[in-house]
Design a protein around this ligand. Structure first.
Ligand code: 5GP
Ligand code: ZN
Length: 136
C-alpha cells in the first residue's frame, strides 16, 4: 500500500479528521477511533513505513515513537501509574492498518473488568460450597 490510499497518511496530512493529541517533527499521535480501553492513542511516524519489518536500518523512528508515547502518557496522567506500548506486525500479529503505529493503552478495559468479576465470583462460590459441605 502506498501513501496515496493510506488512512494514517491522510490523518497526518489533515485530509481526514482525527483527535490529534500530540505532534512533533517525526511523529503524530491521535486517539484511536475504536478505543479498547479508556486511554487508547495511536503513535504514528509521519513518514509512511508499512510495518515494523520495514523500518530502515539505523532509523531511530522507534525511539522517536517511544519519546512521543512518554509525552502523551504524561499529558494523560498515566506515565507513572502505567500504560502499554504495543505494536502489531502483519496480519498474523493483528495488524489491520499498514502504516506503522504503536498503541498506547491504559486504564481498565471491559475484558479485564469481566475477568476480575468472574474470579471474585468463582472464589466466593467455592468458599460457600466448602462451608456447606462442612470442610474448610
Ligand atoms: P492495528 O490492528 O493495525 O494495530 O490497529 C489499527 C487501529 O487503527 C485500530 O485500533 C483502529 O481502531 C484504528 N483506526 C482505524 N481506522 C482509523 C481512523 O480512521 N481513525 C482513527 N483515529 N483510528 C483508526
Ligand atoms: Zn501511510
Amino acid at each position: 500500500m502506498g501513501t496515496g490510499n493510506c488512512i494514517f497518511c491522510a490523518i497526518i496530512e489533515r485530509k481526514i479528521p482525527a483527535k490529534i493529541i500530540y505532534e512533533d517533527e517525526k511523529v503524530t499521535a491521535f486517539w484511536d477511533a475504536r478505543p479498547v480501553s479508556p486511554v487508547h492513542v495511536l503513535i504514528v511516524p509521519r513518514n509512511h513505513i508499512a510495518t515494523l519489518n520495514d523500518i530502515p536500518m539505523n532509523d531511530p523512528i522507534l525511539s522517536d515513537m517511544g519519546h512521543a508515547a512518554r509525552i502523551v502518557a504524561q499529558k494523560l496522567g498515566v506515565a507513572d501509574s502505567g500504560y502499554r506500548f504495543s505494536i502489531n506486525v502483519n496480519r498474523g500479529g493483528g495488524q489491520v492498518v499498514f502504516h506503522l503505529h504503536a498503541h498506547l493503552t491504559a486504564g481498565r478495559d471491559l475484558g479485564t473488568f469481566l475477568i476480575t468479576g468472574a474470579i471474585v465470583l468463582a472464589t466466593t462460590w467455592r468458599k460457600l460450597v466448602s462451608r456447606l459441605r462442612g470442610t474448610r
